[in-house]
Write a protein that binds this ligand. Structure first.
Ligand SMILES: Cc1cc2nc3c(=O)[nH]c(=O)nc-3n(C[C@H](O)[C@H](O)[C@H](O)COP(=O)(O)OP(=O)(O)OC[C@H]3O[C@@H](n4cnc5c(N)ncnc54)[C@H](O)[C@@H]3O)c2cc1C
Length: 379
């Protein structure tokens, strides 16, 4: 481990940047995190998100937080959910050990973002708000997604509803994605996430909400809406403008469901560990994440190619097994996924313009780039 305290500027105060900042500051580095917005989590609205706890069955999210010396945010274990298919057939999935952890996101109190911010500051990192830092000037880039490969509209609300975790798998109402309705402890989140036909996001949002409320109405008050997006790409080198990049800016993302928080935390921690030990971050991230990320392209292909029939099958199969084990099967980079990945990557390869600004990477051809005015409305 290096004994000389060093100085670093990190661009972006999302989970990836804040975790890296905490670890480096605790080791005695002088850390300055630059955040372009006035708060952390500015693109989120207190919405519930799930930190998945299935991709590494030998580890758990609470154990990961404790190993990294991070405080646990107020979280709720996810051990069940109600899945609905295109015909509104319903299955309840369950797991003995949590398959994920519900946290809230955004600038408010008790969100993952605020808890990580407080910890980074208490560890000695300086966080400068309204301070945009260009990736090429940063020691570490953690600026989040660059361009929409997946798009979501969400609403948060207060409710008197009992706890519900509903997910709708129906390509007609959420093309390539899914819709979700969580009501937990008097607060709710509804979201519709899609990977194509972005210009019709509002229509999909309305129709998938209506569809899920057909099951049972949910009273919503104090609604707040927002759009946000995700990046999907697979890279050999997680660098942006020549600088090591973590979290979604380094394309660490789960291609199947867009569950990027665990990747953000793990990649931020890995980059800090590499800086402290003098090891090569790129070699470490390839060894840790690349096979799993390539495997997730196969999952995405199956998710889309199977259509609504495939989604019903996915759901019905999930009913019969422990859901954490079921999900970990999907994340596993098994031999057949590794064999299929290059074939799908060749067929889907983007041979046109790409806005990811990543070094040697693979990304998918788009039906249509989202236009700048649309981006303005979303970002
Ligand atoms: C609607 C929605 C729902 C989601 N649900 C889930 C879920 O349930 N589970 C899950 O695991 N993941 C989910 N994700 C994905 C998850 O939120 C992201 O993968 C995660 O936030 C990525 O963390 P990050 O630190 O890389 O980036 P971010 O959280 O985006 O943080 C990046 C930060 O960098 C700042 N920034 C950008 N450019 C600059 C600059 N030049 N200078 C200074 N600051 C800059 C931004 O303002 C931002 O604060 C969801 C995403 C969306 C959009």
């Amino acid at each position: 481990m290096s004994t000389t305290p060093r100085t670093i500027d990190i661009a972006g105060a999302g989970p990836a940047g804040l975790v890296a900042a905490s670890l480096l500051a605790r080791a005695g580095w002088k850390v300055t995190v630059h955040e372009k917005n006035a708060t952390v989590g500015a693109r989120f609205i207190g919405d519930y998100q799930v930190i998945e706890d299935a991709s590494d069955p030998s580890d758990s999210v609470p154990a990961l937080f404790s190993r990294l010396g991070l405080p646990a945010p107020p979280w709720r274990p996810a051990t069940w959910a109600d899945f609905f298919d295109s015909r509104l057939r319903h299955v309840r999935i369950t797991s003995k050990v949590p398959y994920g952890w519900f946290v809230t996101r955004g600038p408010g109190e008790g969100t993952l973002d605020s808890v990580l911010l407080a910890h980074a500051q208490a560890s000695g990192a300086e966080v400068r708000f309204r301070s945009r830092l260009e990736p090429k000037a940063a020691g570490l880039v953690a600026t989040g997604p660059q361009t929409p490969d997946g798009l979501a509209r969400e609403t948060t609300f207060t409710t008197d509803s009992v706890d519900r975790v509903r997910v709708l798998y129906d390509h007609r109402h959420a093309p390539g994605g899914y819709a979700y309705l969580f009501t937990l402890g008097g607060r709710g989140t509804f979201g519709c996430a899609i990977v194509r036909d972005f210009s019709r996001i509002d229509a999909y949002f309305d129709s998938s909400l209506k569809r899920l409320l057909e099951v049972e109405d949910v009273h919503m008050e104090n609604r707040q809406d927002a759009y946000s997006f995700m990046n999907f790409a697979v890279k050999e080198t997680a660098k942006r403008d020549g600088r090591d990049a973590v979290g979604e800016s380094g394309a660490f993302q789960d291609y199947l469901f867009g569950l990027g928080m665990r990747y953000a935390i793990s990649s931020g921690a890995l980059a800090a560990e590499a800086l402290l030990s003098g090891e090569d971050f790129q070699a470490l991230q390839r060894a840790r994440f690349l096979r799993r990320q390539r495997a997730s392209i196969v999952n995405r292909f199956l998710y889309e190619a199977g259509g609504n029939f495939g989604l019903s099958l996915f759901m019905l199969l999930a009913r019969h097994v422990d859901f954490r084990r079921f999900l970990s099967f999907w994340y596993r980079p098994s031999w057949w996924r590794r064999a299929l990945a290059p074939v799908i990557m060749r067929a889907w390869k983007n041979r046109g313009r790409c806005a990811h600004r990543l070094e040697d990477h693979w990304c998918r051809a788009r039906e249509k780039e989202i236009r700048a005015p649309e981006l303005g409305r979303i970002a």
